[in-house]
Write a new protein. Structure first.
Length: 369
């Protein structure tokens, strides 16, 4: 490790604490979905919840989110399946009138017909994300619970490219998908994507029944992903495995890159972003969480401004300040750029300020926590 790199990084961390506005807002429009995914955080169901925000309430919320200021947060419509929210396109068009940056994360179902993909492309959506959790229909469909969704997803990916939409592919990391990752990479490499995002399992929702990878397996995987990122024709990112940044930082330092170039790299652009710090999640019923995987509500948009909740709620303020962290994460010299998964710490220990149990790294700092 080059100590000067860490020192210089601290000067930039202050710019990325996101105390005033998040970088990304995930908005769960509905929990309704036609799939039955083994890992579903939302424990999605076939029908819509009557507590969902109405279109008029959603437009009010959109205006409030716009008031975060410039640059406005990137808004991601998710679910469930946002395509099952009947006013999705009305909402997208309204967001476009506010000049908001928007993406949609639909489920890989038969509903992703050509007309729907094209309509997303002309209504103001910047990009979409689709999930591939297996390199074959047999593997993916078994994970998603519905025969045919692998083919629907591949078709949707091709249609998105034709419609001029930027495409992200998401892949869940579990003990069951780990061995298939090289084959999944070979598949997505030919789909014209801009980002491959690997979601490391948090045992919430139906995901509580799945097997996680071990810390040692995680470390090996992150090193493989870093090596892969140097040749991949797209960005490789991780969700709820923030210590990928620590691996990348050390590798880049060993390669002779200086702090400025590391911060400007695709991986560096995510430094500091984590649950509650640059991330906000709004549920279908208006509850505001630090992330979709951390089920602690800081308030409800039907009662309070989401801007006020994000900036001033005790939950968000405590989670943004790494001085509050305990255990290894509290004394780690990388907690400014990483910070660990607050969601996994909570799911595994009940303390969202505790250590991320998936991280193998032993900090060199000896600060009492």
């Amino acid at each position: 490790m080059n100590p000067s790199l860490i020192t210089e990084s601290q000067e930039e961390i202050g710019e990325r604490t996101f105390s005033e506005a998040p970088l990304l807002i995930y908005w769960e429009l509905t929990r309704a979905c036609d799939l039955a995914c083994k890992h579903c955080r939302a424990e999605a169901i076939d029908w819509r919840d009557p507590r969902e925000l109405s279109l008029s309430e959603a437009k009010v919320l959109m205006r409030q989110l716009h008031s975060f200021g410039e640059p406005a947060p990137h808004l991601v419509f998710t679910g469930g399946d946002p395509m099952k929210f009947p006013s999705l396109f009305d909402l997208v068009e309204y967001g476009a009138s506010l000049k908001m940056r928007m993406s949609v994360a639909p489920s890989g179902t038969h509903k992703l017909a050509q007309a729907g993909i094209r309509r997303l492309g002309v209504s103001g959506v910047r990009s979409i994300s689709l999930s591939l959790d297996g390199s074959t229909s047999e593997k993916h469909d078994a994970f998603r619970g519905v025969p045919g969704c692998f083919e629907w997803t591949i078709r949707a990916a091709n249609l998105a490219r034709e419609a001029g939409l930027h495409l992200q592919i998401n892949t869940l990391i579990t003990a069951d998908t780990l061995k298939d990752l090289p084959q999944i990479y070979a598949l997505v490499k030919n789909l014209g994507i801009i980002r491959w995002s690997l979601f490391f399992l948090i045992p919430v929702g139906r995901g509580r029944l799945l097997n996680e990878i071990s810390p040692a397996q995680c470390e090996t995987l992150l090193e493989w992903l870093y090596a892969l990122s140097k040749e991949a024709p797209f960005v490789i990112a991780t969700t709820e495995a923030h210590h990928f940044r620590r691996v990348a930082w050390l590798k880049m330092g060993m390669e002779g890159q200086d702090a400025a170039s590391i911060w400007r790299s695709p991986i560096g652009m995510g430094f500091g972003v984590r649950d509650g710090n640059g991330i906000m999640f709004i549920s279908h019923a208006g509850e505001v969480y630090p992330s979709g995987f951390l089920p602690l509500s800081a308030g409800n948009v039907r009662k309070s401004s989401p801007v006020e909740i994000y900036r001033n709620s005790e939950l968000f303020r405590s989670i943004r300040d790494t001085i509050n962290y305990r255990g290894k994460c509290g004394r780690c010299e990388f907690n400014g750029i990483c910070g660990g998964s607050r969601a996994r710490a909570y799911a595994k220990t009940g303390n969202y300020l505790g250590s991320d149990p998936l991280c193998l790294y032993e900090p060199s700092m000896k600060i009492e926590s």
